[in-house]
Design a protein around this ligand. Structure first.
Ligand code: ADP
Ligand code: MG
Length: 216
């Protein structure tokens, strides 16, 4: 499996949405330790709306689908994290030609552009204990998979593994942004909620692709 048609891409994001919704309590627990505990609720709210926006709908292009996911998150989640997670899906497709299928190089390119936009907007770098700590390694994982001509399930598995390592590494970092910043070194040992969400998203994409490959 190397390319996803529009139905498959939609189904993959529906699977992602279900996973994020299922992990609401887990995300709440993490954000309670370092923030205000609203991250699980916000993510679940956003992805419940994504599920509704995607279910039974046909999308003509990859870009339309990413736009729908990102705009829905932006509109429903609200606040800073709505902008950040909206950016994760919207900013990568701005100005690119429409595609009717998604392959690994296209996904790697989209997420690279989103990552750069997110870093410009939020000013966070790797090591600042934010979602960037999981997102940047995930993008690098995708790019390595492209360079090694891996198939799509393998590429997404590499991205998920790198995102997980990045998420775990946030435990060793002191926060420079958001509410966690006020915790100073008390934040050591605790992982970042946004990075955890990014890992859940990439892990879900990977699991969907591996399961779909098996049933081919
Ligand atoms: P809030 O901070 O408004 O309570 P959430 O709890 O939903 O919002 O999201 C917090 C997450 O947002 C953090 O865990 C972190 O990953 C991410 N975040 C916060 N500030 C930034 C930033 N400047 N750049 C990137 N990500 C950020
Ligand atoms: Mg919060």
């Amino acid at each position: 499996m190397n390319t996803l048609n529009m139905r498959q891409l939609r189904d993959m994001f529906l699977f992602v949405a279900r996973r994020v919704i299922e992990r609401e309590d887990f995300l709440t627990e993490i954000d309670l330790k370092l923030g205000d505990g609203d991250h699980g609720f916000g993510m679940a709210l956003g992805f419940k709306a994504v599920k509704e926006a995607l279910e039974g709908k046909e999308f003509e292009t990859v870009e339309n689908l990413f736009q729908e996911v990102g705009m829905t998150l932006l509109d429903t989640m609200g606040g800073a994290s709505g902008v950040l997670f909206g950016t994760m899906f919207i900013s990568g497709i701005v100005g690119i030609e429409p595609h009717q299928k998604a392959d690994l190089p296209l996904l790697a390119g989209i997420y690279r552009r989103s990552l750069e936009a997110l870093k410009r907007r939020g000013k966070a770098q790797v090591g600042d204990k934010t979602m960037v700590d999981a997102f940047e390694p995930a993008v690098i994982g995708l790019e390595q998979a492209v360079a090694n001509s891996e198939d799509l399930p393998k590429g997404l598995a590499m991205a998920a593994e790198c995102a997980k390592k990045g998420m775990m590494h946030t435990r060793d970092c002191v926060a420079k942004f958001g509410r966690a910043k006020s915790y100073g070194t008390k934040a050591l040992g605790l992982q970042d909620a946004g990075a955890t969400s990014v890992w859940i998203i990439f892990q879900a994409m990977s699991d969907w692709a591996s399961e779909s490959k098996e049933s081919e």
